[in-house]
Design a protein around this ligand. Structure first.
Ligand code: HEM
Length: 81
């Protein structure tokens, strides 16, 4: 899968390292939901926009937001030094 992408998927355990040691929680939530551009993003992003998927699981839109937030917090937890 990774090989068929034009830009390689980011190593999600090194987001903090790439960001000077702090995890940009708000930005990462927006990258996942699709509200923010991916870094270096020009043209179409290759990563699917998850916000609408997660909100479509059921009628409650807040639950979609919660899923994005949980995922972003999980990524913060798996950061490597
Ligand atoms: C729910 C599953 C996924 C999550 C939580 C996720 C999360 C992320 C995050 C947070 C970034 C930005 C990293 C940074 O700012 O340093 C990123 C980048 C990226 N992701 Fe995903 N991702 C997921 C699934 C996918 C899938 C399925 C694909 C491919 C079809 C993909 C392709 C990419 C690519 C290519 C980038 C590099 C940035 C760019 O496109 O320019 N991701 N991902």
């Amino acid at each position: 899968m990774a090989k068929s992408l034009k830009s390689p998927p980011a190593d999600l355990t090194r987001i903090s390292t790439r960001n000077g040691g702090t995890f940009p929680l708000a930005r990462i939530s927006k990258v996942i939901s699709g509200e923010a551009q991916l870094p270096g993003g020009h043209g179409n992003r290759e990563m699917p926009v998850w916000g609408p998927f997660f909100s479509r699981v059921d009628a409650d839109q807040d639950l979609g937001r919660m899923r994005v937030d949980s995922l972003a917090r999980y990524l913060r937890k798996i950061q490597q030094p």
